[in-house]
Design a protein around this ligand. Sequence first.
Ligand SMILES: *Cc1c(COP(=O)(O)O)cnc(C)c1O
Length: 364
Amino acid sequence: MRFNKVLENIQTYEAGKPIELVVREFGIAPEDVVKLASNENPIGTAPAVAEVIRSHADKAHLYPDDSMFELKAALSEKYGVEDDNIIIGAGSDQVLEFISRALLNETESVLMSAVTFAMYEIYAKQMGAKIYRTASYAHKYDEFMKAYRMYHPKIVYICTPNNPTGDATSKEEVLRIIEAVDTDTLVVVDGAYMEYAAAKDARYAITPKELLCYEHVIYLGTFSKAYGLGGMRVGYGIAQSALIKQLYKMRPPFNITTLSLAAAIEAAKDTAFVEKSVALHQDQIKRYEAFAKEHGLRYIESYTNFITYLFPETLDSTEISDGLLKRGVIIRNLASYGMNAIRITVGTAAQNDTFFKHFAEVIA
Ligand SMILES: *Cc1c(COP(=O)(O)O)cnc(C)c1O
């Protein structure tokens, strides 16, 4: 079989390792495995949301409301936008896919930071587009504009806060880039971790409403992180209605499930849960900063629900990740991003205790 040529240089996305794998390979009991690899919400699913999912269990034979009226109404209210400014995806990942399919082909290119969310590259490559990256993982105006003028990419990705590094770009800097870019280039502002950044420092808080005056910008948000619904796969894009209308042409019918839709509607209203998640996180991440300082490790100041530890040459991120895995601790090795570093999702107090215990032994 001959597949499309573009497939030849696509690397399959490698998700965080599942708990089941550690149980199978290392014979560790599932309750002893600590997974801090996929930026999932450590406090789990909000009880009210879990209840709604259960109560919809006998509606699984029904397609969901394809207009997603109630979910859009909840998001409209939350963000102060209209329902025709919103498109829902099976994760914001699916919205990224719609964007790539709507805009890219073999003659186009995309621009992103040196180290950022892996799916931007994969979706662009699927369309045969070229990838350009700036030199830094931080989103720097000068680097972006230099590359922008050189390559005139069709899409510019600004992941803020950035995954897998954890740093963020100030609103001022994001707006500077947006305003310097022509309107035939789409600027994607991926705010998957915005709830954490906004709570930490107002200068990094960006709302979709304040981007709505730009015809060439889309804001992406997700229920997978602060809202605790990674397993339900719901995300969204918010932009001017003309842009949303085009993306809708790429959408398969019923693209999220009946249970996901019900869960997201409930989660959107449950602001107390998000606040609780963020508060726990802010409390626990201090321990990671203190641990790093104590052990003479560098880390990237985090605006997300994870922290990235940077290793000196004497430590190898792959060896450390493997060592942790054997002990039932799953974290993310950033070697594949060209960094001698690991990304750890900040867990509950107990999960973090386990991490520190094993990590201290592994690096000793
Ligand atoms: C987690 C994440 C997403 C989207 O996740 P979904 O689960 O598909 O909504 C998008 N961008 C970044 C940077 C992420 O970390």
